[in-house]
Each structure stands twice: as C-alpha cells, then as structure tokens.
Design a protein around this ligand. Sequence first.
Ligand SMILES: Nc1ncnc2c1ncn2[C@@H]1O[C@H](COP(=O)(O)OP(=O)(O)OP(=O)(O)O)[C@@H](O)[C@H]1O
Ligand SMILES: [Mg+2]
Length: 929
Amino acid sequence: MLYGRDTERALIDRYLTHVREGRSGAMVLLGEPGIGKSSLLAHALDKADGMRVLHACGVESESELTFATLHQLLRPVLDRMGRLPAPQAGALEAALGLAPSGGDDRFLVAAGLLTLLGEAAEDRPVLCVVDDLQWADQPSADALGFAARRLEAEGVLLLIAAREAALSPSATEGLTVLPVAGLDAAAASTLLAEAAGPGLTPHVRDRLVAETRGNPLALVELPPLLTDQQLAGRVPLPDPLPVGAGTGRAFTAQVERLAPPVRKLLLLAAADDSADHKVLVRAAERLGLDLQAFDEAEKVNLLQVRSGTVAFRHPLVRSTVYQCATAVERRTAHRTLAAVLNGECEGDRRAWHLAAAALGPDEPVAAELERSAGRAEQRADHAAAATALERAAELSPDERARSRRLVAAADAAWLAGQVDRTRALLDGSAPPATASLAHARHAYVQGRLEVTSGAEEVGYRLLVEGAEAIASQHPEMAASMLLEATHGPWLASDLGRMSQIARRVARLPGEPSSRGAGLMQFATGAELFLAGDVGPAIAVMREVLGRAAASSDDRALIMAGVGALVCADDASALELATRAVTRARTRSLIGWLPLALMVLATVETLTGRYTAAVAGAREGLRLARETGQRFPIRQFESVLAFVAAVQGDEAGCRDHAGTALGVGVEPRMGPASGGAGWALALLDLGFGRPQQALERLLPVSGGGPGIGHPVMLLHSAGDLVEAAVRAEQPQVGRAALTGTRTTPGFASWAAETAQPWALAVAARCQALLAWSDSADPEPHFAKALRFHRHGGSRPFELARTELAYGEWLRRVRRRRSQARVHLRAALDVFDRLGATPWSERARLELRASGETARPRPAAVTLERLTPQELRVARLAAEGGSNRDIAARLFLSPRTVGYHLHNVFAKLGISSRTDLIRLDLDGPDQLASR
Ligand SMILES: Nc1ncnc2c1ncn2[C@@H]1O[C@H](COP(=O)(O)OP(=O)(O)OP(=O)(O)O)[C@@H](O)[C@H]1O
Ligand SMILES: [Mg+2]
C-alpha cells in the first residue's frame, strides 16, 4: 500500500498516457536510501497493463562489470537484435557478451540500445524500468543516459531510480529529474501507525516522523527496534534513535542474528551478485556449505531466489552483510568465487575477485587485471580500463611496473574524459628520472592534460622537453608529442613557441612517415602565418590540404580544415570538415567528432549555412559534455553567438558570446574569443551602432595571445572597415586593410588567397573608404560584385555589398531606380538568411528610394525547419532509409520518421522524391526558400 505521493503518481500516470499515444519520455527519480523510489517504480509497473516491460537493477558488486545492467534489461528483447543495423547489432552483442568483441564502441552500443528499444515498441508501448542506477556499471549508465536524451517518438517510457548522493552529477545532465523527498506528515503518520500497531502515542509518533524526515524505510524499520514502553511514550526514546539519518544500521542486528552458514552464504551473494544462482551454488559447495542455507535466508526474508537469479530483499541488506564481515571472511568469499568462475567470458569477473582477495602485491593478479583492462580498451570502455589498471598498479610488486600501469591508467582515464582522475593517477606515479620511453609517456599524458585543462604553458614545456629527451631514440613518439604541443601556440597565436616546435620537428632524425610529414608542414605553415608571412604560409598550407586530401588520418583532416580557413578556401574547408565529420560518424570515432564538428560548424557559419551550423554546434556541445572533451565548447558557443547576431537575436547572441568569453571553460581560445567578439560587433553593426561595433572589434585585433586570432581577424576585417567608416574613423579601417608590421593586411591576404569572396570584400572595403573620402567608389563596388558573382561563397557578404552599393547610389547619386535593383537583391538574400536587422535596413532604404510596399516573398511564410529536421531531411534526400539516418545521427528510426513527417508537413510535400528535388545543401536556409 502506497501512502501519499499524489503528485508523483499523477506525473507518472501522465507519462504513461503520453507513451501509450506513441510518444516517448524519460525521467530519473532521485532521492536518499529508503525514501520510496523503488515503490514509485512499482506503481508504474502496476499501471503498465498491456505494455512490454523491461526491468533492470544496478548491483553494487557488479558496478565494475561492463554492461551487466544493460544485459539484465535487454534479456527479454534480445530476439529482436536482428532488426538493428549490423554495426549496432555487432557492438551491442559484443557488449552483452553474446558475440566475440571486435573492438566495438560505446556509442554504437548506445545507439543500438536506442534502436532496440524502438523495435521493442513496434507492437506495443514499452515501459523500461532501471532501479539503483548508482550501482549500474558506468557503460550501461552512459548508454541509458544517451538513450534517455534521445527518446522522442518511439512509444518508450524510461524510468530510472537512483540514490542521489551516490550518483555523479553528470549522470543526470540533460534528463528530467523527479526529486523524491520524504512522505508528508499525514502519509508518514499512517505508515508509522501501521508498522507500530495500536500502542503508539501521538507525540512519539510525531517525534519519529520528524526524526526520520518522512523516510518510509526508516519508518517501517524503526518500530521493531523499539520497545513497547518506548512506543507508548513511557520510557524515553534512545538518543540517537537506532536509525539515524542513514537507515543502513537497522539491518545490522538482523544480519548478526543469523547462523554462521547463512551468513557465509549471504556474504558470497553480497560479494558477487552476478545474481546467478548457479555460481553461488558452486561457491557454496566449495566452502562445504549446506544448500539448506538458501532456504534459511529466504525464510528470514533477506534473499529471494527466482528463476535462476538471486536477489537481496533490499540493497541495504547487501551493504550491511558485506560490512558486517571481517576482512578475512571477505577475502575468503572472493577467493572462492574466483575459483568457481573459470569460464572464458568470466575472465573480468574472476580478475576482480582475485584482486579483492589479494592480501598484498601480487604480480599474477596484477597481470590478469591488466589483461582485463586490455579487453575494456578494445570495447572502447576507457573508464573501466582505467579502474582495472589502477588496481593492477596497486597490486604490482615492482615499482617500475606500478608506475607504468598508473600512467596507462591515467591515459585511459583521460580518454574517458575524467580530468581529475587523470591528475590523481599521474600524481601517484613516480616518473623515471632518466630519459626513457616510460618517462616520455608520463610527460605525454601529463602534458596533454595540462594543455587542455588550463595550464597550457606547463603542458607545452612538458611535451617539448619530454620530446627532446627521447628525440634520437624514438622520433615518432617525439613527433606526436611536439604536435600535441602545437595546440596552445596555435590557439594563442604565439609565434615564438610555434617556431620552436617547427624547428624541433625539422631536427628529428630519420624519414618522417607521410603522416608526420603532413603534420610537420602544418607547424611550418602556422609559424609563417603567425609571423605575418601570409604568402608563404598560404603556399605551405595548400600543400597540407593536398596531403590531407589523400590521407586517412583524422587529425590531419581536421588540421587541414583549419589550414583551409587560413587560405580563405571555403570550398576546401567545407569539403575537408564534412569528410572528417562523416568519417567520425560512420566509424563511430566519437573522440574526433566534437573537434571535426567544431571546424565544420565554423565553416558553415562563414558560408551562410546557419541552420546546419546551429545543428552541428548544438550536437557538438552535447557531445563535448558527454565525452568530457570540453575543450571545443567555447568555439561552439561563438558559432551560436554569430548566427544569433546575423539573425538579430540580441539576447541569444549575448548569452552565447558570454559563455564563449567567460571564465570557467578552459583553455582560452583566440579563435573562439575573437569569434564571439565579432558576433557582438556584428550585432551592433546590424542595429546601427557602428561606434560600439568598432569598440568591440578593436581590442580583439590589438589583443594579446588568446584574445583574438589572426584567422578571425582576417575573416572579420570587412566588418571592422565598415564599422570604422560608419563611425567616421576611416583611418582605422584603412589600417586594417593595409596591415601593420605584425598583422597582415586584409587586402594583401585576399590577394594572396585569390579567393573570390575575399577579393570581393576587399573591393567593398575600398569602396566604403572611397565614399568616406568623397572619392568615387563605383568602380570598387562594380569590382566587388564581379568577384561575388564569380564563385563567391558567402551570400551574407554579397548582400552586404549590394546594400552598401544601393545606399550609395540613392544617397549620393540619387540614382533611385538603379539603387532599387541592388537593394532588392540585398533584401532577397537577407530574407533568405533570416538576417532580420539587415532585411529591415534594406527595406527602409528601399522605401526611401521610392519603392512602395514590397511584400515579403511568399515562401518566407513557410514555417522554418528546426536544425534537427534539416539534418534528417538532408540525409533522406541523399537516399538514406530511416534506419540509416537513425544510425548516423544516433537517434531511433521512429524519431527519424517523426521528424520527417514534420518536414513533409512544413514543406507541403508528400514524398522523399519531392525532397530530393529541393536544394537542401544550398547556403541558404531551406525553410525560407
Ligand atoms: N508511499 C509509501 N507508502 C508506504 N510505504 C512506502 C512508501 N514509499 C516507500 N514505502 C516503503 O518504504 C520502504 C523503502 O521504500 P523503497 O524501497 O521504495 O525505497 P528506495 O528509495 O527505493 O530505497 P533504496 O534507495 O534503498 O532503494 C519499502 O519497504 C516500501 O514499501
Ligand atoms: Mg530502491
């Protein structure tokens, strides 16, 4: 009988209705032990008539066993595995131990989970209940979180319960949380009265309700621990109460009363709740225990044996049993379990039991754990690998082996995105003093950690000095370290250090591999560019692009995307970044995906593909948080700020720019800060505040390392010139065009790149300067338009030129009808891009030029597609089935179908064939065609 909980029950009922209507939902119930989370889950299960129910429960002693929880959950629907896309099925089967592992991947597993849940809901809605998430193994918890964030239209309700304190805060990021607090006074009193019987007096009742803060478990467990005299208020209550804040202590007495064989059996079950009855029976027989003990344990209601699995009545019983045992007893239990776990796929479990049974350093056990870590790495489960390696290090008798394992653990922890843990592991290991590969590994892992967690210069020194020490014996390792070190100097536009790297890379002995050579050139090109030698820099970067086009190296591809921006080469940048993203998706290289998306979203922004850019940036932000790769966050925020600026979303722009520029996200990145500053300036410019725009852009251009970046400076130079001219400080604009001793001028850069958009913008800048000098700008405007039309890749810049030209024609020359031609052209593009403030300016100018009401183009009334819808539509137009699309975007096929349905409705079309006919790849926003 459930007392109280009206709000919670109503909420759960609403979710159930929702799911029966074909939508999906997910919710996490959070609260302290014994507060009633499982009871609310039971309520949901009661109400799940006609639904398919999947059920799993995290188990404390299994939390290191990869995918144990998922295995429990999915057991009833494994027969549908054949309907998953092959890579997802392969990864999921390997994860669940149903097939040999083929270096599978956690994200594929998660995507497989999502698809499988959707499949399970094919014929009836699914209720998925996961209790005690705090004890679920991390990979299962991650996969569940992943699925929960993406459930939309499958007909699946995912309810998760967890003890709040035992859960990492990131576990619930992006999920709906239902906090479960104590029962209200009325419900608590009723429950207590029921447990205590008629002798309970009101004041004792109120005191107990207050002391337990309505925790139902404590309320139920308390009365048997108190005497009748105490309950009746005749004898004072003990102080503190037998159950204080934590309810666990209530169980101790029950466990201590049990006969030794039953306690031994319970201890075995507590030490390894594989929940597998057979394993426990083997272990019990090995200890010579009478199997009668199972019945005893069931009789006192501590254990339940059901269909081959063994479960404790309450998780607190398990903790208590384990804690009540002596250290010797616990080691015996683990050793016994290890001895009976000898099957091939039980290696991981056995290794952990051996480790738990070990008294002190033990090399064979350490080696077995290290092998278990290797298997975890193969599954791309870096967190489990780190845990196994760390324990292996603790058990290593030899100091060098210990250090080596700790560094390997730190490396794995890093890949898993666990920054603090990486540091702790490194701190615990003593690097060998002499120059050796071991020393270099330590420096590498530590250097990489420092670079991306804020102490960039410390990391730089570690990497460079570490590389130096081993350069002669291990040049490949040294090259990797040096390339890792380019990160900071590039983002901070620090020429001195970039030159150092280029020089050291050049001195490495031996023939560089083709990969090394490509990356080596990047360092040289970056050095030249930062030095202001734009011509030679562009020549070198073009070679980097050429090599990257042939390379299968992901890092090279992403760096080449950056190189293409140095060359102003939008087409190559787009091509390279798209390839990097596609490859990361199809091969599930999630580690690379945020970085690749970062470059792609930036290029999409510059080329007016705003909807796609926003979709990419949002996905990137989500991934960056999910993988712990927080480093590209600022850049994604600056992309979002920029699009908001173009479209006149003042609040959104300030918000995103604030995050990009703010504190708390390391490292500081010149391109991101520069981009955010540019976004804010563009906002001012669009709303007619040129002075403010100029004030924002100037510090960026004059700022030191990390404040701005020459790449951003060059790409934004057109706006700086326009702001300067309109703020009546043309000399500032002129300086930006011609450059200074240290910064390249925009005009010469544009000429060196020979890219039409850049040449066009340079000509427009000349026109604006001529106008402010009262000279004749017309030849410059004409030249700008010629370049724009000759393969210009930036529609927003084109429209800006048309607008400026139209303004000049009307205001200075009074050639109104000619002005209108250009103003209309500008307005069309601005409308299509959703650049509201700029559309408004063009419209005002048109009106002033004598054009009467100019209706908005009819197509603009079409509802806009959301970024997610656009992505789905594009992949559908490429011919992908719902399943293909789902696999690529990590969504379920049903959700893809749902988005596609909306796309059809919004576009007024009825088939995929119609979709193919639309230009979904154009730089404009599809919705406002
Ligand atoms: N609303 C309620 N009315 C009556 N009894 C309740 C209520 N909620 C919980 N209980 C009882 O309190 C005890 C603890 O509840 P439950 O097991 O649901 O807590 P929990 O939050 O899941 O605890 P844990 O975190 O330890 O798993 C159970 O015996 C349950 O029957
Ligand atoms: Mg519970």
